[in-house]
Design a protein around this ligand. Structure first.
Ligand code: F6P
Length: 335
């Protein structure tokens, strides 16, 4: 018999399309088991401040298709302090919250670990467009972000073709290149630059000029925002990755080059069916775990199957970018 009578739910860190689908699954799974649900607004900061609302089935009506998070999110420096965590735990006790489901990225997981160590029953779900969480190959929000970038590439390809220009498109990913790699492959980028692979801008220039020589009338170079941060590269402080690369191409090839920085476009939009499916399955399983008395866990997808990890193991895991995918993309656009 479960001792869980009330589950808390929060979203933390960067928002990700699909979070609302996960929230909906958590709320309706819990209610179906006679368990009440408290929504905590604005992530850990809201937990510290006691920003708690009752969530009913109607609270999550007409949300599965919406990007963003109805619980809103925020980053919280205060939660990194013992005093902040004590306030957060006091909120949980004050509202009779027996278990907590947390949606977010690595930073969220580190907070969940701290709460677990303090005796709070937690289950975390990887939600970030970056897909840089090692225990999953598909974080909630990643598929939608990749599709957003591919759509943008299609649009830019139209004008690049009309003007016979080279375009450098910058995508998010923080210090990782998963969005750039997957969108670059699916969008047919001539070159993809990611932090996980050393940069060779002369090789990029060669690929661009080769393209024009063999009859291509435009080029798209997709760059992850985190490239060139190593001191061995001469990317100027405060200079965007796209500007750094575009200036080099224009200077060394003389080709007319333009840049587009997609920015927070990649964080919004209606979640794809895949993100909705992943979010729904993981939200449902997170509640089931808590009701089975399993806590201090992360529930995630790996090769389209759900896996459950101890939060500490999840935080310790490493994953590498798929270099075969990278080489495939480079080969296909250099023939
Ligand atoms: O972690 C998600 C992410 O979108 C990163 O890709 C990006 O670098 C960062 O968040 C932007 O953070 P903010 O929304 O605080 O500007």
């Amino acid at each position: 018999m479960s001792t869980i009578n009330r589950i808390g739910l929060l979203t933390s860190g960067g928002d990700a399309p699909g979070m609302n689908a996960a929230i909906r699954a958590v709320v309706r799974t819990a209610l179906s088991q006679g368990v009440l649900v408290s929504g905590i607004e604005r992530g850990y900061q809201g937990l510290i401040q006691g920003a708690v609302i009752e969530l009913t089935s109607r609270s999550v009506a007409d949300t599965i298709q919406r990007g963003g998070t109805i619980l809103r999110t925020a980053r919280s420096d205060e939660f990194r302090t013992p005093e902040g965590q004590a306030k957060a735990i006091a909120t949980l006790k004050r509202y009779g919250i027996d278990g907590l489901v947390l949606l977010g990225g690595d930073g969220t997981f580190r907070g969940a670990y701290d709460l677990t160590q303090a005796g709070i029953a937690t289950v975390s779900i990887p939600c970030t467009i970056d897909n840089d969480i090692a225990c999953t190959d598909q974080s909630v929000g990643f598929d939608t972000a990749v599709n957003t970038v591919v759509e943008a590439m299609n649009k830019i390809r139209d004008t690049a073709t009309s003007h016979e220009r080279t375009y450098v498109i910058e995508v998010m990913g923080r210090h990782s290149g998963y969005i750039a790699l997957h969108a670059g492959l699916c969008g047919g980028a001539e070159s993809i630059l990611i932090p996980e692979v050393p940069i060779d801008l002369d090789a990029v220039c060669d690929r661009v000029t080769f393209g024009y020589r063999v009859g291509k009338n435009h080029s798209i170079v997709l760059v992850a925002e985190g490239i060139g941060n190593d001191s061995k590269y001469n990317r100027n402080p405060g200079e965007s990755a796209a500007t750094y690369v575009a200036n080099y191409i224009q200077t060394h090839t003389g080709l007319e080059t333009r840049i587009t920085i997609l920015g927070h476009l990649q964080r919004g939009g209606n979640p794809t069916a895949l993100d909705r499916q992943i979010a729904t399955r993981l939200g449902n399983e997170a509640v089931n775990l808590l009701l089975r008395g399993e806590a201090g866990k992360v529930v995630a997808m790996w090769q389209n199957e759900m896996r459950v990890y101890d939060i500490m193991d999840a935080l310790a895991m490493k994953k590498a970018v798929d270099l075969q995918l990278y080489e495939l993309s480079q080969m296909l656009s250099s023939v």
